[in-house]
Design a protein around this ligand. Structure first.
Ligand code: AOS
Ligand code: ZN
Ligand code: ZN
Ligand code: ZN
Length: 412
């Protein structure tokens, strides 16, 4: 693939000069962007949609192996997506070691293992919080199966999202279910190796419309706290009420050493699972800003937490093409991450101490307003990747290649 960028480019030179004059260490920023890895979701490559219709697209993977092929091509183009999250049983295969080998041969790894506790009839009234002890046991067994799979494929994280909830007042016993939720989580916790993590996701509604057992970050945080060091919270950017200050939640959780991961996506109304940063790029920038600030904390444990967050996409591509949607998301995430590296922390701290409201806001906003394309071009060139992965995909012939898969590939 051809690159048309060189560091002698005028745009890059102007950019570098300006950042150096602002006190930004540009080489360090380059290294940090190079190190940024964003896991892509296997289900983002499959056919997905809404409760109204799932449109079938041509070229969608027909097996978990083909999902990995697509994820590997995304990594080849970006250098930023070295692992792919799997969902069980969507990605169930008889031999997980073989799936792992396949991924490795393609240049990526298998990432977080996502148990699925929402698509079987038995889970109609809940999984780990079901009043039926047999269903609760089935749910816990599935969690344990996922822990085993994670060990087999050498995955560190088991990502947990529960659809458990209710639709009407009086339908369930909130406090009883809180205890069952804890018991289910604890069973998984105990099955994990010391170097593994369980990431607890929360969501305020949907599919349940009255109450959800893990409805917000406080509930997930409380569970993770009671469980111990192997349990952390996962923030899905689409899982909050309108207007929620997500970057505040992020800062709070990092400070408690309890933020373990993200599911990036965009939302306009609810859990829309649109392309990351397609709607509110400033929100994602502000989230990364909190992560950068915490990465420079004087407390080494806070620093460590901030530097050890699993970044993942969680998107559902309804009418858009799958691989380009993933590429656009990755590029959007890189853009906001790069901008967050341009905040002058020292200047910000000074403005805060001076109680200079507008001065502090200016320090943050000014970073956001820079055009970071020259910086990203340099990074991609140094990584030996195309400077525009999206365009490179269009020119690669990959799409024509996978069209031989036809329609009717895997859903999710
Ligand atoms: C559901 O709303 C959550 O975001 C989960 O992370 C879910 O497991 C994922 O979207 C795959 O369905
Ligand atoms: Zn999610
Ligand atoms: Zn979601
Ligand atoms: Zn979502």
């Amino acid at each position: 693939m051809t690159n048309q960028f060189t560091r002698s480019d005028k745009a890059y030179q102007v950019f570098e000069e300006e950042q150096i004059s602002r006190g930004i260490d540009i080489d360090q920023a380059v290294e940090q962007i190079k190190a940024l890895q964003i896991e892509t979701p296997s289900w983002g490559y499959g056919d997905s949609g809404t409760r109204f219709k799932v449109f079938q697209q041509e070229g969608v993977p027909r097996s978990p192996f083909e999902k990995i092929d697509d994820a590997a091509f995304v990594h080849e183009l970006t250098g930023a997506c070295s692992s792919v999250a799997i969902h069980i049983p969507w990605d169930h295969v008889d031999n997980f070691a073989e799936l792992k080998d396949h991924a490795q041969a393609k240049g990526i790894g298998l990432g977080a293992v996502n148990p699925n506790l929402f698509q079987e009839d038995i889970y109609k009234f809940g999984s780990v919080t079901n009043t039926d002890p047999d269903v609760r046991k089935r749910a816990v067994d599935h969690l344990l199966e996922c822990a085993d799979i994670a060990k087999t494929i050498g995955s560190r994280d088991v990502s947990l999202w529960f659809a458990d909830g209710s639709n009407y007042p009086g339908q369930v016993d909130f406090r009883q279910r809180k205890h069952w939720m804890y018991e289910g989580l604890k069973a998984l916790y105990e099955a994990l190796d010391e170097n593994q993590r369980m990431l607890i996701e929360y969501k305020f509604f949907e599919p349940a419309f009255y109450h959800t057992d893990l409805a917000d970050w406080g509930m997930a945080f409380n569970m993770a706290n009671k469980l111990g060091g192997k349990a952390q919270v996962l923030v899905d950017t689409g899982h909050h009420a309108q207007g929620t200050n997500i970057e505040h939640i992020v800062a709070y959780l990092i400070d408690e050493e309890k933020l373990g991961g993200f599911h990036f996506n965009s939302r306009k109304y609810a859990d829309d699972d649109l392309i990351a940063a397609s709607l509110d790029p400033y929100e994602l920038f502000l989230i990364f800003n909190q992560i950068q600030l915490a990465s420079a904390d004087t407390n080494p444990d806070v620093q460590k937490t901030a530097k050890d967050i699993a970044f993942m996409l969680d998107q559902s591509h309804n009418v858009e093409k799958k691989i380009p949607a993933v590429l656009r998301s990755i590029m959007n995430v890189q853009t906001q991450f790069a901008k967050s590296l341009l905040v002058n922390h020292q200047a910000l701290a000074e403005k805060q101490v001076q109680q200079d409201v507008l001065g502090a806001e200016q320090v943050v906003r000014e970073a956001y307003e820079f055009d970071v394309r020259p910086l990203l071009h340099r990074v991609r060139e140094e990584l030996g990747r195309p400077i525009d992965p999206y365009k490179a995909y269009e020119q690669s012939g990959y799409e024509a290649n996978i069209s031989s898969r036809g329609k009717g590939g895997m859903s999710w």
